[in-house]
Design a protein. Structure first.
Length: 255
């Protein structure tokens, strides 16, 4: 899919679905993402935070409630997504969050102490566009600002598909609106812009539990996997081990 088709995909998804699954079916994966974001935002204690590709703003608003002394700003290029943030915001009691329509490929006005993305940049259809987005994020950070990058990588995707194969399960393909990162290529590019503080695969144990063990149980029972099944719910609490899932967290400090 090209850039416009992907943008239409998100516009349509937001206008058809305002539930907690409008940005991903995988409800519990978002719990993991929320937990690592909350932990790191508390650790770096920034004055202001930008959530780029915030979707319906559910994660932004939860974080803002947890950190009432920090100003949050959520950005998304989909006007329908930003429209949906209004309902999320109205049903909350917080006053430290704003939302704005914004395309990460445009230069950003304003400076932030900390910026995060959760599965946003994988919606840019080429590495060239992803590099522009990363450079714009770099420019929108203060001197030693922090970028928490939660995005999908092809290496972890291939690894869990190899395990699925051993269990006699079919490969899960990358969705057509997604363009996953290649780790080595990314690290080569960001070397001039950021210091890599740490990185961890936050989806490995979760994917082994949900996409291998639970998938095999469903396969043998002839039932369709349910994203709300207890295997997903309990897998949120497992420690992060291995490289068997696509989603990684990279903690990047501006150079
Ligand atoms: C997979 S959803 C994730 C949403 C949210 N971060 C979450 O965790 O629920 C990706 C989001 O990125 C947004 N997005 C994709 N490309 C973008 C761009 N170029 N600029 C701003 N937002 C973008 C989409 O509209 C969508 O809401």
């Amino acid at each position: 899919m090209n850039f416009e088709e992907i943008k239409d995909y998100w516009e349509n998804r937001a206008s058809e679905d305002s539930s907690a699954q409008s940005t991903t079916q995988d409800f519990y994966l978002r719990e993991i993402e929320f937990n690592v974001l909350a932990q790191n935002i508390e650790k770096y204690s920034p004055n202001n935070v930008a959530d780029i590709g915030c979707g319906d703003g559910r994660t932004t608003v939860r974080l803002a409630r947890k950190c009432p002394d920090i100003s949050f700003k959520g950005f998304d290029y989909s006007t329908s997504m930003i429209k949906n943030t209004k309902a999320v915001l109205d049903s909350s009691d917080i006053i430290n969050t704003l939302f704005e329509v914004y395309d990460v490929l445009e230069g950003m006005s304003g400076l932030f102490d900390l910026i995060y993305t959760t599965r946003c940049l994988i919606n840019l259809p080429s590495w060239e566009l992803q590099k522009i987005a990363i450079s714009n994020i770099h420019n929108a950070l203060i001197g030693d600002g922090v970028y928490l990058m939660i995005e999908n990588f092809i290496e972890g995707q291939s690894n869990f598909n190899e395990v699925r194969k051993k269990f006699g399960l079919s490969e899960i393909p990358i969705r057509e609106h997604n363009h996953f990162f290649e780790r080595e290529r990314l690290l080569g590019y960001i070397d001039d812009l950021f210091d890599l503080q740490s990185e961890v695969n936050i989806s490995s144990t979760y994917y082994l539990a949900s996409r291998v063990i639970y998938s095999k149980i469903c396969d043998e029972a002839g039932i369709i996997p349910d994203y709300f099944d207890d295997h997903h719910r309990f897998a949120v609490g497992l420690p992060f081990c291995g490289e068997y899932g696509p989603v990684r967290l990279l903690i990047l400090k501006k150079k």
